[in-house]
Write a protein that binds this ligand. Structure first.
Ligand code: XMP
Length: 217
């Protein structure tokens, strides 16, 4: 289910209605979709359910960047799982006990560090340690590492054989394929697709660009 093919995950930071519309249109053209606070604050778990219901081929990753104590984080991921998510994103800086608790419920992508400039201040320093501490946890299927800073993707790839999903392509400045070339399995793209005049064409263009930049297997 979480196998990379097109290598594209579309971030649906839009209204639930628009998220459902784009998910229906692009189901099967892209590997997965990511929904987060934009959808959940509008309609709660029902927003996740609506997107999950229209997907037949692509997977659904729910990104609440969970970062609470283990018990609360687990119950958040339980709700996300009940709503139909195939995987969840959990922050790594909170420690392996939180990650382990969540990963018992649903496959988890752990944030290793982030794509925005401020991540250099604190998060980058913990990146290697986060991956080392989480890599033996069953249910951790991968990491989130920034396309905007491929050196961080390479750093994560050196430590793990698990999946890497990289946001930051398009609106945040990374070019399609930058992260895949550095060792990522997926690139997460939001506004470059959701704000495009034709999201299907935008997704196809990105997929083509990524395909031509894949490292030799
Ligand atoms: P855009 O519109 O910038 O959307 O293509 C990017 C999406 O990815 C999320 N994002 C991140 N998620 N770690 C994460 O776990 C990150 O470093 C990161 N940077 C961006 C963002 O919430 C949006 O959905």
């Amino acid at each position: 289910m979480l196998e990379p093919d097109t290598r594209l995950i579309v971030a649906l930071d839009v209204s639930p209605d628009r998220a459902v519309e784009i998910a229906e249109t692009l189901d099967g053209y892209v590997d997965g979709f990511k929904v987060g606070y934009e959808v959940v604050l509008a309609e709660g778990a029902a927003g996740i359910e609506r997107v999950a219901e229209v997907l037949e081929e692509s997977f659904l990753l729910v990104d609440l960047k969970t970062a609470d104590i283990p018990e609360i984080s687990r119950s958040i991921v339980e709700r996300v799982s009940e709503a139909g998510a195939n995987a969840a994103i959990v922050h790594g800086f909170v420690g392996p006990d939180v990650v382990e608790e969540c990963a018992e419920v649903l496959p988890v992508f752990v944030v290793a560090t982030m794509s925005h400039p401020g991540a250099r201040e604190f998060y980058d320093r913990a990146c290697r340690d986060i991956v080392k501490a989480c890599d033996d946890i069953d249910g951790v299927v991968g990491y989130v590492a920034p396309a905007t800073r491929p050196e961080r993707v390479r750093e994560v790839r050196k430590i793990t054989d698990k999946l890497i999903a990289s946001p930051g392509v398009g609106a945040q400045g990374a070019a399609p394929g930058d992260a895949v070339r550095a060792g990522a399995d997926f690139e997460i793209v939001g506004r470059a697709i959701t704000e495009a005049h034709d999201p299907v064409e935008a997704a196809k263009d990105l997929t083509r660009a990524m395909r031509t930049s894949r490292p030799a297997e």
